[in-house]
Design a protein around this ligand. Structure first.
Ligand code: ADP
Ligand code: MG
Length: 358
């Protein structure tokens, strides 16, 4: 066994031997950058998730090493923790805390919509994670239901998938690459005049809207239309349930996040002070959250839920990266999203200098 292992290590980076410390099992998910596997550390039995990303996704491997070192020093209860990382000749392996409750996407899909108390409990945690990232001058750029992971008892959520995140050199630095996920991206991303931290608060506004209403806030099916609806403040609070039962405070909170003027949009710190977020959580909320966890694995048939007069209830959204913008990702050639324009010099510098891929 030892002999076979050492043969396998020939020509491999030294950290590759860490791969043998894990029993790598089934696939948990895959997206734009690679695959995430369930694994157990052999010595301790600890459950982990290992994200495997091919190195061809990175333009500058040396710079990526520096970013990983920097990322390794960041730690917050609502950001997915990276235990360690190792590499092979052509892949990176990121060992992450395992979140057995799955994606927030699945929870919202299963329940169609969440109560205000549950949504508030989740929103507070997300804001706390975003505030930490922003304090460290990191912009996530891909906050969405699929990238938020839930603990076994559903009480705890973490923001994952730092694949598009950008580390700002200075507080005032601007980003230019058109990327994110359709329906979640702030309108200013498509203006090509520069954007920064406020984009994460916009995406959070979409997440809160989805949690409470079970549908996207805008009807459009392409980036340009959604950006226009966003700029027009055309948020679809319908006169039907569940919106008829949602408080004005909650709607005000969403409006202040889905605010097209970035100067007026709430920052993460301000959002943590919003009256809706500050409202107390009744004790019964945690019980209903734990109940949701118990029923999380039961199968529901949503096949008859389509309603032709409304936007689709909920859809998974593919991440649009600076590299693939416009190419079969749900964006249908909206303004500024064709491949050529997304490969401008500013975008390449942006991608090269800021990406913090994990
Ligand atoms: N730590 C984890 N625990 C459990 N499942 C995870 C974990 N990390 C990722 N996943 C699953 O894998 C999917 C893809 O992971 P993600 O980091 O978002 O990669 P990608 O860049 O490919 O989108 C997630 O949406 C989720 O379903
Ligand atoms: Mg993802």
């Amino acid at each position: 066994m030892k002999f076979t292992q050492s043969i396998k290590e020939i020509g491999q980076p030294t950290s590759h031997k860490r791969k043998h410390a894990y029993d790598i099992q089934h696939t948990l998910g895959h997206g734009e950058f690679g695959e995430v596997k369930y694994a157990e550390e052999i010595a301790t039995g600890e459950k982990v998730a290992i994200k495997v990303v091919t190195k061809s996704n990175y333009r500058n491997l040396e710079a990526q090493k520096h970013r990983l070192e920097r990322f390794g020093t960041m730690s917050h209860p609502n950001l997915m923790h990276m235990k360690e990382w190792f590499e092979s000749r052509d892949r990176y392996y990121f060992v992450l805390q395992y979140m057995s409750g799955g994606e927030l996407y699945d929870w919202v899909e299963k329940e169609s919509s969440l109560s205000e108390n549950v949504a508030r409990h989740i929103s507070k945690q997300l804001l706390s994670g975003i505030a930490y990232l922003h304090e460290h001058n990191v912009v996530h750029r891909d906050i969405k239901l699929e990238n938020i992971l839930v603990s076994e008892d559903h009480e705890h959520v973490v923001i994952g998938d730092m694949g598009l995140s950008a580390s700002l050199r200075e507080e005032e630095s601007q980003l230019y690459a058109v990327c994110g996920s359709l329906g979640y991206t702030a309108p200013e991303v498509h203006d090509r005049t520069g954007y920064s931290k406020p984009v994460d608060l916009w995406s959070l506004g979409v997440v809160v809207f989805l949690m409470l209403g079970g549908r996207f806030p805008y009807l459009g099916n392409d980036a340009a239309t959604v950006a226009k609806e966003g700029k027009d403040r055309n948020i679809r609070f319908t006169r039907k349930a569940p919106w008829t039962n949602v408080s004005d405070k909650a709607k005000d909170f969403i409006r202040q996040l889905l605010e097209p003027d970035v100067e007026k949009r709430l920052t993460a710190v301000q959002a943590l002070e919003h009256p809706w977020i500050l409202e107390e959580l009744p004790e019964s909320t945690i019980k209903s959250i734990n109940d949701a966890a118990l029923h999380a694995h039961e199968h529901d048939d949503h096949s008859n839920d389509m309603d032709v007069d409304h936007p689709p209830p909920l859809q998974r959204r593919v991440t649009d990266t600076p590299k693939n913008a416009g190419a079969a990702t749900g964006y249908q050639g909206g303004e500024g999203l064709d491949l050529q324009r997304s490969e401008t010099k500013t975008d390449r510098q942006d991608d090269e200098n800021h990406r913090l891929v994990v």
